[in-house]
Design a protein around this ligand. Structure first.
Ligand code: M6R
Length: 621
């Protein structure tokens, strides 16, 4: 939540505003309640800020241009303390002369007490934010120390909560100071210029050399240097790395929205996530999993922690890992896990799943699991983010940057990575040796999935038409069974997020235990039908469910495998997906549901990439 950018270039430089505005454009997915910039010029700090999306700030900058300078910070906000108004927009100024400007991502939990103290000293506030408190404290500390880094060090040690802070001061015009605790901040290293950003997208147009910061660290950038210290003042090196994707990956690539582009990225997201995970003989190799084979063999339970779409990927993973590796798997919403006294020990493998690697609920749950002695693996899409850094091992998905707030390609990449993990655990434990499943067959079926997604994406015209016909729907239900159940819930989540329509995903077997009462004439219901090859007659049971709801007037929109003719008599619409083995089906069946939500949102004239009230990464609890 909230995106922040900082830039410092050569003394006579003039591109600070452009760099920061471009960075904010790439970070707007993190929050779009307001946007603002602060520039240092002529011994003073100038700011422009506006409620609403970045476009509003651009308008303001056209009406009230800023001078060209070499140093700037910027912010795009997801509101926590104080509504989305001009006054609450960042940057916030500190001190009577307003020479200090600050942007913030996170929550200062003790801001109220700190504010009381400042008010007692006669400080006047112009916003309702927790951030302004820090701006005044920093200004006070700067007045005492004459050094922004030193001032930042004093102030951060008085703050509780989660924060990334970036500050500039008119008396140190070639310096931007950043600090982070429980909230993301990366450094971009350029030639004669340096950058700070909530993620690398902020500066990917300028450099791919990045520096990862640790927890509780402060970084000071000038045009030619960077310096990292811990909050206690101990110098640190940070961890340098190269960003593997380029600026084009963070653009729309000719699609009208990021979401549509990301849906079309999915064949690559799956293929790239599989890449490099098998050796020349096709044997699975997970060198990045820095947990010994002995420890993995000793695992007695897997606990998957995640939120939102990532949690649905975790639910799919449960079916696969239990089936292949014969280890019990629990899937917990991260925010529930932490507060319910979970039973976890050193033989528990805790697998967190997070696209951003910054979701606060998931991060806190992982920390809690570590305290309880568990080994932790992070399935994550964002290199250098906090959750993989704090986990014992990271299994990166290679979906590339996901900008649209609604997750699509990350979901498929997460499922793919969890399949790899499940197969790897199975190969270590020998659990596929006496089973009907054969590791090589599953792996080669997985390798075929990207081409099948590509083929499926070429057949989505009818789904688009259905979405347009259904633009006035008030409620849509989704049914699925086995791995189709999390897919149904993901379909419902996409529709809620993007089209603001009431949507629920149910386990098809649960239908007669209550949800069938919702069926009335005309009620649209998507049904994710299991493969006819599924065990235990699941396919037939779901076909019966379709008949039951159709008999009560439901409009049935059936997602079924090519060649599955049993569904035809009971379907108002049949949406075909290519055949694959039953456990791998979610990589295909979810695609029409993503496309449906995308087009229904478009049909309603809504903002597909930036749905209301949401932010891409939820970095507050
Ligand atoms: O970055 P994460 O994967 O940890 O994010 C988890 C959820 O916040 C995220 O999946 C959210 O539900 C998306 N908006 C779904 O489209």
């Amino acid at each position: 939540m909230c995106g922040i950018v900082g830039y410092v270039g050569p003394e006579a430089g003039d591109k600070a505003l452009d760099v920061v505005m471009e960075g904010l454009g790439r970070l707007e997915y993190r929050g779009y309640d307001s946007a603002g910039v602060a520039l240092i010029g002529q011994g003073e700090v100038e700011t422009r800020k506006r409620a609403g999306k970045l476009a509003n700030l651009r308008e303001t900058l056209e009406q009230f241009p800023l001078p060209t300078t070499a140093t700037a910070i910027g912010h795009t906000r997801w509101a926590t303390h104080g509504g989305p108004t001009d006054a609450n927009a960042h940057p916030h100024r500190g001190g009577e002369d307003g020479k200090l400007a600050l942007v913030h991502n996170g929550i200062i939990e003790n801001f109220h007490a700190l504010k009381q103290e400042l008010v007692g000293k006669g400080v006047e506030f112009t916003s309702e934010t927790d951030t302004e408190v820090v701006a005044h404290l920093l200004d006070e500390a700067f007045a005492r120390t004459g050094d922004l880094t030193q001032a930042m060090r004093e102030v951060v040690n008085t703050l509780h909560g989660a924060f990334t802070l970036l500050a500039v001061h008119a008396d140190q015009p070639d310096v931007v100071v950043g600090a982070r605790r429980n909230s993301p901040l990366v450094v971009g290293l350029g030639e004669g210029e340096n950058f700070l950003g909530s993620d690398v997208a902020a500066f990917i147009g300028y450099t791919r050399h990045a520096l990862e910061l640790g927890q509780d660290q402060i970084v000071t950038i000038t045009p030619d240097s960077y310096e990292v210290i811990d909050f206690d003042g101990t110098p640190s090196d940070g961890k340098a790395y190269e960003v593997t994707w380029d600026a084009a990956a963070a653009e729309k690539g000719g699609f009208p929205t990021f979401m549509e582009k990301e849906i079309h990225d999915q064949p690559h997201a799956v293929a790239d996530t599989l890449l490099g995970r098998t050796d020349a003989e096709g044997k699975l190799t997970l060198d990045e999993l820095h947990i010994s084979e002995e420890e993995l063999k000793a695992v007695t339970k897997v606990v998957i922690l995640a939120c939102g779409t990532s949690a649905y990927a975790g639910m799919v993973a449960k079916y696969a890992i239990e089936r292949w590796a014969r280890i019990p798997v629990e899937v917990d919403l991260a925010h529930e896990f932490r507060y319910r006294d979970p039973v976890v020990d050193e033989n528990t493998l805790v697998v967190s799943i997070s696209q951003s690697g910054e979701t606060m609920d998931t991060l806190m749950a992982v920390r809690h699991a570590k305290e309880l002695g568990a080994r932790t693996v992070s399935i994550c899409n964002t290199h250098g983010s906090t959750i993989p850094r704090e986990s014992d091992a990271a299994l990166y998905t290679h979906a590339g940057p996901e900008i649209a707030v609604a997750s699509t390609k990350a979901f498929l990449a997460q499922i793919t990575a969890s399949y790899i993990l499940g197969l790897y655990l199975a190969s270590l434990r020998g659990t596929l040796e006496d089973s009907d499943d054969d590791l090589d067959t599953i792996l080669s079926e997985l390798q075929e999935v990207p081409a099948k997604i590509e083929e499926l994406l070429g057949t989505m015209d009818r789904v688009k038409e259905i979405a347009y016909f259904m633009a006035d729907s008030r409620s849509v239900l989704f049914l699925g069974r086995h791995v189709g159940f999390p897919v149904a819930m993901e379909g419902a989540l996409k529709l809620k997020e993007l089209a603001y329509i009431h949507a629920e995903g149910f386990a098809a077997g649960e239908l007669k235990h209550g949800p069938i009462a919702l069926i009335e004439p005309g009620q649209p219901v998507f049904i994710v039908v299991p493969s006819p090859d599924s065990e235990h007659g699941l396919h037939g049971k779901v076909v019966s469910n379709i008949q039951e709801i159709r008999a009560r007037g439901a409009r049935t929109l059936v997602i079924a495998e090519e060649g599955d003719e049993d569904v035809v008599p009971f379907a108002d619409e049949v949406i075909r997906v290519p055949r694959t083995s039953p456990l791998l089906a979610p990589l295909l069946t979810v695609v029409p549901l993503q496309v449906f939500a995308l087009h229904l949102s478009t049909a309603k004239g809504l903002d597909v990439d930036q749905p209301r009230n949401l932010a891409k990464s939820v970095t507050v609890e």
